[in-house]
Design a protein around this ligand. Sequence first.
Ligand SMILES: [Zn+2]
Length: 115
Amino acid sequence: MSTDLIAFLKARLDDGWRTATFLRHGLPDAPSEQTFSYDFLLADVAAKRKIIDLHAPVVLRPGAEHGLVDRDRVVCRSCEPERGGLGDAWPCQTLRLLALPWADHPDFKATWRPQ
Ligand SMILES: [Zn+2]
């Protein structure tokens, strides 16, 4: 199971968190727009971390409960798997779109681009 997209996204969000902290403490007399930007960045990072958790991978195993699969299949825990598809359905479009702003990052994989 490939969970490196989650690690990648969390590392980029950690970068954003450190940047926001630097902006706040590096500019103690910053105008109100800076404070707003700091609060926004922290709220943005917190929300994206929750989105990542909601779209974690799960494995569907063959059996009566998932009669349509004949082998283990990796899908998103929140997104509806494609009906009739036999391939893995993770990472989902939501995670791919979250990662897209970092498409130029050296650790970004071309296979993560939205489909
Ligand atoms: Zn999803």
